[in-house]
Write a protein that binds this ligand. Structure first.
Ligand SMILES: Nc1ncnc2c1ncn2[C@@H]1O[C@H](COP(=O)(O)OP(=O)(O)OP(=O)(O)O)[C@@H](O)[C@H]1O
Ligand SMILES: [Mg+2]
Length: 267
């Protein structure tokens, strides 16, 4: 099972058209995710990361190339995959429980059964006791976990997560990274994860693809051989630092002056 290919994107080109304007976004992008694998796409803003996920979810048809899920051609055909878009899309007028149950209700589960299943999973997602809260009554981290719970309830082995922790403060983000790894190990999903954060990509992934500025091309594919289960102590190891240096080089990040004045590492 572990060595079968879950998602395969082959030689993808994509262009957006707005009026007369053509905006080439992806250039010959090939990537894959094996069953049970955690793969990240790391790259600068506007490089086409979200576009890759939309193509993988079948929401957007590429100009060229093939999209295969479980070896089936799915170019431009919306798929039942666990796609979590960049903004958490909880409906504000629905409670946490009603939001999370949507994929089950879409599969014609009865309300009772769907809500019971959600209630059962709330503790694992750190949301016990909040079933009847509305999104605005939850913290940012809780909303992200609720959106992830809903994504997890989509009946698919493949999860496409678009910067799920992007809007969170650093501490909450670190806690949720550990939590996501636990959930991933427990539910054995295949994950394609988009992020801006080099540390996050290394910490979570089995492999990382670095994508260049628009039109996005794959700069490198890097295997991450840190043993699992991982904990934050790995961040200070020399192996972690060497991966980090490799990814910084691939992203071509400049450190403007040697006085250390501008040491931003943001891609
Ligand atoms: N629907 C659209 N119509 C036209 N242009 C679009 C559309 N969606 C995205 N773009 C453009 O395509 C490029 C890539 O967008 P995309 O959202 O894939 O980037 P991204 O790597 O996810 O960026 P970020 O890290 O900021 O989320 C950007 O220049 C964006 O302006
Ligand atoms: Mg994006």
């Amino acid at each position: 099972m572990k060595n079968t290919i879950k998602l395969n994107l082959e030689n993808i080109d994509a262009t957006y058209y707005s009026g007369e304007e053509l905006l080439p976004v992806l250039n010959n992008v090939s990537l894959y995710v094996k069953s049970g694998e955690f793969v990240s796409v790391l790259g600068p803003s506007g490089s086409g990361k979200s576009t890759i996920l939309k193509i993988a979810a079948g929401l957007l048809k590429p100009d060229r190339g093939r999209v295969l899920i479980d070896n089936r051609h799915v170019n431009g055909k919306p798929q039942m995959v666990g796609y979590m878009p960049q903004q958490d899309l909880l409906f504000p007028w629905k409670t946490l429980k009603q939001n999370a149950a949507l994929p089950l209700l879409a599969r014609k589960w009865t309300k009772n059964k769907a809500f019971a299943r959600v209630e059962e999973l709330l503790p694992a997602f750190g949301l016990e006791g909040f079933a009847n809260y509305y999104p605005h009554q939850l913290s940012g981290g809780m909303r992200q976990r609720a959106a992830l719970l809903r994504t997890m309830l989509i009946e698919s082995d493949l999860m496409l997560l678009d910067e799920p922790f992007g809007a969170l403060d650093a501490l909450t983000r670190e806690i949720l990274q550990d939590w996501l790894l636990e959930i991933w190990e427990r539910f054995k999903r295949s994950v394609l994860f988009v992020t801006h954060s080099i540390d996050e990509a290394i910490y979570l992934s089995d492999r990382v693809y670095v994508i260049t500025e628009r039109p996005g091309k794959i700069a490198i594919e890097q295997k991450i051989e840190l043993k699992r289960p991982r904990s934050k102590t790995v961040l200070t190891t020399s192996l972690f630092s060497s991966y980090k240096q490799l990814l910084i080089d691939a992203l071509n990040i400049k450190f403007p002056d040697s006085t250390g004045f501008d040491h931003q590492q943001k891609p």
